[in-house]
Design a protein around this ligand. Structure first.
Ligand code: PLP
Length: 381
């Protein structure tokens, strides 16, 4: 099999070919996918005739020409104008990218569709994941779709609806005391003991490529142009890393021109390792003690992608900021009433961040802004 990509260590020049089941580099750092060719801008003309899911960008994806993806129709989510946010902030153009409309109710579908596709092509038949919730639902569903076995480790505090969904999709669910870091230890032990493939965030290279499609999709939805700012709730960081990778790849291939968006990473004040490191000018995050937040997707005390996120946030001219649980839940509820969009608490955090960034002058009224709702609110209620 020949592949049109290889892997490059995110922290060194080390390279790896695309075959097999790669995990992390010899430094223990995440791999990034590097493509041999840049898709020609004429390829845009092929898009309308393709199936309506994220694999329509297949030239940008880790998929050989004769391979079929494991798909549930992920991606192609709406980009919705948000008049109440435009009125409230004075910013002329605000969109909400509603990732809650993905299969399994969150953007985790994109990452796991890509990761399961590669891993099953490489022969994996059994998977394990530590999760704050949504990644477990998505792995359970995509695992079934691929005919594989799935084990999920989640904190006992995981919302009941998410637990029901993981069970609905037939995964072997283990609820543990503690947070996602504790679940990660259990998942790694199980992987070593059983040979199951570990789907933890950034411990395999392909979830980023799935999340990357959010960036390509925004560009297509805006007629192959990009917004000035993107506000993104950050836990493990795959979305932030994936989108910045997408924008750079699109520009290098000549699909978009001009300045790339400033990315703003938002966390909860109860677990804000990226914000703390960014504000200190540090190159790496430090583990956050006692992470506590109702925005479960943001409860990641020691993200493996910390160094990459900090580098990218600096490169794009954005920043990281934290908001409180009270603020983010109130914002999610407000958007439900004012916009008819069922926001998850993490999406609420992005709304509060928009308001704060406008007040402090980081975002101006002439900027165009995309706010991410990363999941459906009903999963948490
Ligand atoms: C996982 C998750 C996040 C954090 O995503 P990353 O891209 O890994 O930072 C945010 N919101 C929701 C709803 C999630 O499930």
């Amino acid at each position: 099999m020949t592949y049109h990509w290889s892997l490059v260590c995110s922290a060194s020049d080390e390279k790896h070919d695309a075959s097999g089941l790669p995990t992390v580099s010899s430094l223990g750092e995440p791999w990034l996918v590097a493509y041999d060719t840049k898709p020609h801008p004429d390829t845009k003309a092929l898009l309308p005739s393709r199936p309506w899911n994220m694999w329509r960008y297949r030239e940008w994806m880790p998929l050989a020409p004769d391979e079929k993806p494991v798909t549930l129709g992920e991606g192609c989510t709406p980009l919705l104008r948000a008049p109440s946010l435009e009125r409230g902030t004075g910013v002329a153009t605000v969109w909400i990218k509603d990732e809650g409309q993905n299969p399994c109710g969150s953007f985790k579908a994109r990452g796991l569709s890509a990761a399961i596709t590669r891993a099953t092509h490489a022969g994996a038949k059994s998977f394990v994941i530590p999760t704050a919730g949504n990644a477990g639902v998505a792995l359970a569903a995509y695992g079934q779709r691929a005919g594989a076995e799935v084990r999920v480790y989640a904190p006992r505090s995981t919302p009941p609806r998410i637990v029901e969904q993981i069970e609905l999709f037939g995964a072997d669910l283990h609820l543990l005391d503690g947070h996602i870091g504790d679940c990660g230890k259990a998942a790694r032990e199980h992987a070593v003991a059983s040979g199951a493939f570990d789907m933890s965030t950034l411990r395999e290279p392909y979830r980023i490529e799935g999340k990357k499609t959010m960036g390509i999709e925004i560009a297509e939805q805006l007629g192959w142009s990009l917004p000035d700012c993107i506000i993104y709730p950050t836990g493990g960081g795959t979305g932030l890393i994936g989108m910045w990778k997408a924008f750079n790849e699109l520009r290098e291939a000549g699909w978009v021109e001009g300045k790339l968006p400033r990315l703003y990473s938002v966390q909860s004040t109860g677990c804000a390792p990226v914000v703390k490191a960014f504000e200190a000018g540090a190159l790496a995050t430090e583990p956050w003690p006692d992470p506590e937040t109702i925005a479960y997707g943001l409860r990641v005390p020691g993200p493996l992608g910390g160094k990459i996120m900090l580098r990218y946030l600096k490169e794009c001219g954005g920043k990281a900021l934290a908001v409180s649980d009270e603020e983010l839940q109130a914002a999610a509820d407000r958007i439900g009433v004012r916009e008819g969009i069922d926001m998850c608490p993490e999406g609420g955090a992005a709304v509060v961040a928009l308001e704060k960034l406008v007040l402090e002058g980081s975002i101006e009224s002439t900027d165009s802004v995309v706010v991410f709702n990363t999941g459906a609110g009903w999963l948490y209620r």
